[in-house]
Ligand binder design. Structure first.
Ligand code: HEM
Length: 173
């Protein structure tokens, strides 16, 4: 080990223990295919639900896939919703004027959390905390955007969501 000139008390290099890079929530969830599966399961149950069926009965056939693309971008995957689906402004526009109620919001979140189990998304506490946190935040904003007279900023970017505290750690070997 060669001491640094001028600062002889410092070693010439510091050994940093190797830690694997933190995966994105998108990668940890299983990527695009896993999110499409999640949203397919979810909207099947939405259409069986008496509170939500009236809200979604006229939804576009591609709606589950589009929401999967949205979630993928939010969770650190490709910025595909921004590039090809109209970005944040389009998502906001799809909620405006719908007057989503708190009961509908809560059912929407509950069914999506149940769908995560059914679709086999990772069940570790860190991932599920991030997932549930985003759904809670995003669904409350959807209610705000859908309220009569709401005028959300159309220029906001698609949000990015990340791991909660405590930080992600590799699973025990
Ligand atoms: C985290 C919460 C939410 C997210 C991330 C989200 C995301 C989205 C996105 C990305 C779209 C547009 C899809 C496209 O590009 O075609 C959309 C549309 C829509 N959302 Fe949400 N949403 C959320 C919460 C809710 C809630 C709570 C409701 C009602 C209970 C709702 C009702 C709708 C409806 C009715 C549409 C239009 C569907 C269609 O006609 O195709 N959303 N949402």
């Amino acid at each position: 080990m060669v001491a640094r000139p001028g600062r002889p008390w410092l070693p010439d290099r510091v050994i940093v223990p190797e830690t694997p890079p933190t995966p994105t929530l998108y990668d940890w969830a299983g990527g695009h295919e896993a999110l499409v599966e999640l949203l397919t399961v979810f909207y099947r149950h939405v259409l069986e639900d008496p509170l939500l069926e009236p809200v979604f009965r006229g939804m576009a056939p591609d709606h589950p896939k589009h929401v999967a693309v949205w979630l993928g971008e939010v969770f650190g995957g490709p910025a595909e919703y921004s590039a090809n689906h109209g970005g944040h402004a389009h998502m906001v526009g799809r909620h405006r004027g719908r007057g989503i109620t708190e009961a509908q919001r809560r059912r929407w979140v509950t069914l999506l959390l149940d769908a995560a189990d059914e679709a086999g998304l990772p069940a570790d506490p860190e991932f599920r905390a991030a997932f549930a946190g985003y759904l809670e935040w995003g669904s409350r904003l959807a209610v705000v955007f859908s309220a009569p007279g709401a005028e959300p900023d159309p220029h906001e970017p698609v949000p990015r969501w990340d791991w909660p505290m405590p930080p992600w750690q590799p699973p025990p070997a």
